[in-house]
Design a protein around this ligand. Structure first.
Ligand code: TRP
Length: 471
């Protein structure tokens, strides 16, 4: 075991797993999903999904990993045989596809960070057309904005940073990077929230965010909440299983998972608290409505406009810090995604971690090229006829979301029918001597065997039906 490396202790594991969980999903996706799905209504549905459906799945996933002490494929294979090994491979594939599109969006954030901090992006007046051009021409090296403007390069550098950290191994690379980036991320987040709450009209944003609008309650809100919870907690494909395999037996899994879920949920919640006051400040300043619905471009179009309104110096500071925050959040997640195929190759094929990290990163970067080109450069990818005219990025992201809930459902079935829940309970006793007699044991016993597989199964089918046929 020791040659594979392991986390130094409780704090290292929690910060690293929370680093995986906290990412673009929290800062980029959560606020606009909440904006589109009735504000606080979405928040409550999300919380229900996190605590009822996701908490047990996360405990299960980490216990499998720690018990087997191997990568996602190896863990399923060791505890369940070759057939279940395919579920591990399925997870690894999903992870590769998530990273392929995730890294592209991370590249945009990285580009914006450079442009705002060191370039003159904030002199722009039309951020919507800027963003359109920015994502469209991925090889544009001749930007008038003072900095080379190539998404291709931004994404490549981002992937290289990811590979660099993963290549250094668990403790010296992944854990060390998370120990620096996660606390910094929290500090930046709190500073921007404090500032944004002092802006004119901020409270109207807070009200919008926190007061439920029950008319918005639709079945799709539940789907969105569940998919978001799974994605945000990095569940269902083996990231946490892999991280769990580096966790010492003396650590308490159930309490660590509670801390990780809380850390992730608090960042998503706080990101909304940061973004909505900013949006309502802009609405007030420009006397407009309806920007809260801006959707995916929210942080790339609406927020830069707000930083522009703040004036050249303050805008550069707040805007630069904001995108630095997004980059840190994204990097701690891309690391966790790359680690999944890397651990597989290191454990199963006995390959060298350094070589595998760089090689896999390059491969996934190439798999991501169509995603990059789907934002306008290649019109066919921008408008998929079999997918209601949506683009390839949306398509890949949606397919991965489905893969996660299906993966989570199958994992519960694996624990119940193959590995057996008793083995999970014994694993959870390590580091938690009172577990046997606790209420938590009864709760997990019931949710993992009945509630999670049934609800996740039904919801996955409904989500697939809704995507392709429509409810
Ligand atoms: N959870 C991260 C986010 O919210 C993304 C992520 C990292 C992820 N690893 C994952 C999502 C594994 C699903 C599975 O941005």
């Amino acid at each position: 075991m020791s040659s594979r490396g392991n986390f130094s202790g409780r704090i290292g594991f929690i910060l690293t797993a929370a680093g995986s969980a906290v990412g673009l999903g929290n800062i980029w996706k959560f606020p606009y999903l909440a904006g589109q799905n009735g504000g606080a209504v979405f928040l409550f549905i999300y919380l229900f999904c996190v605590f009822v459906l996701c908490y047990p799945v996360m405990v299960g996933e980490i216990s499998i990993g720690r018990h087997a002490g191997l990568d996602a494929y190896g863990s399923y294979n060791k505890l369940g045989g070759k057939k279940w090994g395919y579920l591990g491979l399925f997870g690894i594939m999903i992870g590769i596809f998530i990273l392929s599109f995730y890294n592209v969006v991370a590249g945009w954030a990285f580009g914006y960070f450079l442009h705002i901090s060191f370039g003159d992006l904030l002199n722009e007046t039309d951020f919507s057309s800027f963003f359109g051009l920015f994502v469209n021409d991925i090889f544009d090296l001749t930007s008038a904005k003072g900095l080379a403007n190539s998404n291709f390069i931004f994404s490549m550098v981002f992937m290289a940073m990811t590979a660099f950290i993963v290549a250094k191994g668990i403790q010296k690379g992944i854990e060390a990077a998370n120990k620096i980036m996660m606390p910094t991320l929290y500090i930046i987040l709190i500073c921007i929230i404090v500032y944004s709450l002092t802006l004119p009209n901020a409270m109207s944003g807070v009200r919008y965010y926190l007061i439920p609008d029950l008319e918005e309650l639709k079945i799709q809100t539940l789907f969105e909440g569940l998919k978001q919870a799974f994605f945000s907690l990095s569940l269902g494909m083996g990231t946490l299983m892999t991280y769990g395999s580096y966790l010492k037996k003396s650590e308490n899994i159930t309490s660590s998972v509670a801390t990780i879920s809380l850390a992730d949920t608090s960042v998503a919640f706080l990101a909304g608290l940061m973004v909505f006051p900013l949006i309502h400040f802009l609405q007030f300043k420009l006397q407009i409505t309806e920007v809260a619905q801006a959707g995916p471009p929210l942080i790339f179009i609406v927020l830069p406009q707000i930083f522009h309104e703040m004036g050249p110096l303050l805008g550069r500071i707040v805007g630069g810090l904001f995108f630095l925050l997004v980059c840190f959040a994204a990097l701690t997640s891309t690391i966790s995604l790359l680690e999944v195929p890397v651990a597989y190759l290191v454990d199963q094929k006995k390959m060298d971690r350094k070589k595998v990290s760089w090689g896999t990163a390059l491969l996934i970067f190439v798999i991501g090229l169509p995603v990059m080109a789907s934002q306008g450069m290649i019109p066919a990818l921008n408008n998929l006829p079999f997918y209601k005219g949506q683009d390839y990025l949306v398509f890949v992201a949606d397919m991965c979301d489905i893969g996660l809930t299906v993966g989570g459902c199958l994992m519960c079935i694996f624990i119940t029918t193959r590995w057996k829940i008793e083995n999970m309970h014994s694993e959870l006793e390590n580091g938690n001597p009172n577990y046997r007699t606790s209420f938590l044991k009864k709760y997990l016993n019931f949710t993992i065997q009945y509630v999670c597989p049934v609800l996740l199964g039904i919801l996955s089918i409904l989500i697939i039906y809704d995507k392709f046929v429509g409810i």
